[in-house]
Structures are given as structure tokens and as C-alpha cells.
Design a protein around this ligand. Structure first.
Ligand code: S3P
Length: 176
């Protein structure tokens, strides 16, 4: 498979980067969380509330697997917890190039302050919660990634340039 998959912690900019990448490369774009919310006619918060996290995780796996049979190259961004579920990891690798977006705890804290759309952050001290989840998750994201890009330390324009160059290098290498 030849898709471009964006992974990374909440707030690292997967949706913004994914959308821009799809425009630049003229490819379709899918956000797995959005797809789930649209299909369920419910927000992610409502799904967690009504059915619980394991149900949401099962929806993520089902949504992800649909792209294994999609021939057209697609830019796909996935929720921060999806790559952490071991059952999703072989599917992610099968789908194509994996891009890990990362950022410091300080930057993520600023970006996620006041956000009420992410059930995993509700009711916790934000900085501590981000730091402890990041500690568990970053090594997993890193182990899956073909490309890692730092978000928040350069302009968006620079980030996109870096990313596009790295994708081109990987594509070129695959064709040789
Ligand atoms: C989650 C991240 C969210 C969403 C859900 C759970 C997580 O997606 O899937 O709230 O476990 O990190 P974003 O990474 O797009 O915020």
C-alpha cells in the first residue's frame, strides 16, 4: 500500500498538516476520527460517554482497515491513541508511509489548554497528563515511524517543506 499516514500525540497538528499535504500533493484526505464521528452521527466525546473507550477503539480499527483495500493513494490522519493499540500496528505498517508528528509537552499544553473535545484529557492536570501519556506513547510512535517531524519549532511553511522533501526521498527510494 502506498498511503501517507499521520500519527502523533493529540495537538501535534495531524489534521492541519494532513489537509495541507493532501492539497499540495493533490490526494484525497481522510481523518479517521472525523469519519467515525460522521458514520456514528456523534462526537468522539459522545461515543466515549455512551459506549466507552473500548468501543471507540474497535471503531478505529474497523475504520483503519477499510483503507487496506483503497487503491488510490490517500493522506490519512489517525487519532493519537490508535497506533498504541497493538492490533492496529500491522495495519498501519501495511498502509504505507508513516509520518510521526511530535512536539514538546510545553507546546502541546498551550495548544490543548481549554480544549474540551478530548475525553482522555478531561479531569486531569493537563501538563501532567500530557507528560505521562507522552512518555508511554512516544516510543511506540517512534517505533512505527518512517519519518518524524517536529511541530511548533519552525513555521508551518518550513514544516511542510521538510515533510514533502522527506516523502519524496522515500518515494524515490522505493521506486529504485
Ligand atoms: C485520542 C486522540 C483523539 C481521539 C480520541 C482519543 C487519544 O484524536 O481519537 O479523543 O487516545 O490520544 P486526536 O489525536 O486527533 O486528538
Amino acid at each position: 500500500m502506498n498511503h501517507i499516514v499521520l500519527i502523533g500525540f493529540m495537538g501535534t497538528g495531524k489534521t492541519r498538516v494532513g489537509k495541507r499535504l493532501s492539497e499540495e500533493l493533490n490526494l484525497p484526505y481522510v481523518d479517521i476520527d472525523k469519519k467515525i464521528a460522521t458514520d456514528m452521527k456523534m462526537s468522539v466525546n459522545e461515543i466515549f460517554d455512551k459506549f466507552g473507550e473500548p468501543f471507540f477503539r474497535a471503531l478505529e480499527t474497523t475504520a483503519l482497515k477499510q483503507f487496506i483495500d483503497t487503491k488510490e493513494r490517500t493522506v490519512i490522519s489517525v487519532g493519537g491513541g490508535l497506533p498504541i493499540q497493538p492490533q492496529n500496528q500491522p495495519h498501519l505498517k501495511q498502509l504505507g508511509i508513516i509520518i510521526h508528528l511530535t512536539a514538546s509537552v510545553e507546546i502541546l499544553k498551550k495548544r490543548l489548554e481549554g480544549d474540551d473535545t478530548r475525553p482522555l484529557l478531561a479531569g486531569h492536570d493537563l501538563g501532567e497528563r500530557i507528560a505521562s501519556l507522552m512518555k508511554q506513547r512516544e516510543p511506540v510512535y517512534e517505533s512505527l515511524a518512517d519519518i518524524t517531524v517536529q511541530s511548533g519549532e519552525q513555521t508551518f511553511y518550513q514544516l511542510m517543506n521538510e515533510l514533502e522533501e522527506k516523502i519524496k526521498e522515500l518515494d524515490d527510494r522505493k521506486q529504485k
